[in-house]
Design a protein around this ligand. Structure first.
Ligand code: HEC
Length: 373
């Protein structure tokens, strides 16, 4: 999806970065210290180029005139950035830094490929998650198996709180990453939630993985199926497949059930193949059900959930447990769409700008017409 605000921002950032770089060079700064700025320029420029070529190729379905106008505008922005890039290249060549330029180009191509690969993998996983969901609906288990409609609790949204995300990440790697993978996530992406490579290495990598590696697991899907009857799905985009409210409720409605293979059952995902991996934190609980007559059909009775009974205490108090689950779910939500933070932040900046601008325009308008009657 291409939206004009994101592209507009990428264009502005790229342009600003170019003038920043030019200024720095004019002030005699060492080219080698400007790597970050160049990367920023390339990243944003490439976003504009790619949007432009998508719009030109008609891969984005253009319907009304507004979108067509956007296509023209984006093409012009793309052209302006290519010119700016040519200038930068010339400057580097004149200043005897052609090798630096060539190196940056190689890096850019490498990153571009890596991104495309990551994007492809993300799409594949989403497609798989959807397919799995359809399967489940068709065979009528799960998903809507809480047909009586087990009510979902609202998950607190802490996606813009780094401390929460870090805590969620900790729970995730400690309790989930043994059975589930998250193959569209790299460990070093956790920098985006405020962690350094060293912190990631020391606290969050529990295997011999490197910081740049994907969150894979040793267990194969086949083994998973053999162990649990079902393969634990990849969780990269699970938050998008199920929704955060579902996840938040799911982790808080496990109960002891001797009738299942794992000894655990769940209210939103009846007969789930996954054991309650966080039981030590929450403690063991039983679920109490009551038989009630179906209000629509007197001859039928239905089982209605009426509450939990705490069998053994957990290491956490109930409120504390819910709090940690909120962090875990927020982390999963962030993982399913890591750019959402940036998007939201920029959205706020844009709205603020518009508000201030409107105010200014209004005041100016008043000032201009003050003496004319
Ligand atoms: C011991 C292995 C194991 C661990 C550890 C584990 N899971 Fe699971 N999980 C499974 C299995 C197996 C399934 C498939 C269950 C099924 O479909 O019946 C599953 C299913 C799920 C589902 C439902 C997927 C869907 O949409 O159908 C979610 C969500 C999930 N796990 C999240 C987690 C999270 C988060 C953690 C860490 C707190 C975790 N799991 C830890 C084995 C595990």
């Amino acid at each position: 999806m291409i939206d004009p605000i994101t592209i507009g921002i990428a264009f502005t950032v790229a342009q600003k970065t170019v003038s920043g770089i030019k200024q720095a060079i004019a002030l005699g700064k060492d080219i080698n210290e400007l790597g970050g700025q160049f990367a920023r320029f390339f990243e944003n420029a490439d976003q504009v180029h790619s949007a432009s070529s998508k719009l030109q190729s008609g891969k984005e379905s253009l319907t009304d005139g507004q979108i067509r106008a956007m296509s023209i505008q984006t093409a012009m922005q793309s052209k302006a950035l290519r010119e700016a890039e040519k200038q930068l290249k010339d400057i580097l060549i004149w200043t005897g830094n052609k090798d630096v330029w060539d190196e940056m180009m190689r890096e850019r191509v490498r990153m571009y490929k890596e991104r495309a690969e990551e994007e492809r993998r993300r799409k594949e996983i989403i497609a798989k998650a959807h397919a799995a969901m359809v399967d489940r609906v068709l065979i009528g288990t799960s998903v809507f198996a809480n047909e009586g409609g087990f009510p979902l609790d609202k998950a607190p949204d802490r996606v813009s709180n780094n401390a929460s995300l870090q805590n969620g990440a900790k729970i995730f790697v400690n309790y989930c990453l043994n059975c589930h993978s998250a193959t569209s996530m790299r460990y070093n992406r956790l920098r985006d939630i405020g962690l350094t490579d060293q912190q990631i290495k020391d606290n969050l990598i529990l295997t011999d993985a490197k910081v740049g590696d994907l969150m894979t697991i040793a267990m194969t899907p086949k083994e998973g199926k053999a162990f649990f009857g079902k393969t634990p799905p990849d969780l990269s985009v699970e938050a998008r497949a199920r929704g955060t409210d579902w996840l938040y409720t799911y982790f808080r409605t496990f109960y002891k059930d001797d009738a299942t293979q794992t000894g655990w059952n769940n209210l939103v995902y009846p007969n789930v193949g996954m054991p309650h991996v966080l039981w030590q934190l929450q403690g063991e609980r039983a679920a109490k059900f009551e038989e009630r007559k179906d209000p629509h059909d007197e001859s039928r009775t239905e089982k209605v959930f009426v509450g939990f009974e705490q069998l053994t205490p957990g290491t956490m108090k109930p409120q504390e447990y819910d709090d940690n689950i909120a962090d875990l779910v927020s982390f999963m939500s962030w993982m399913a769409e890591p750019v959402q933070l940036e998007r939201k932040r920029l959205g706020v900046v844009v709205l603020l700008f518009l508000a201030i601008f409107t105010l200014l325009a209004w005041r100016l308008n008043k000032a201009y017409w003050k003496d004319i009657h």
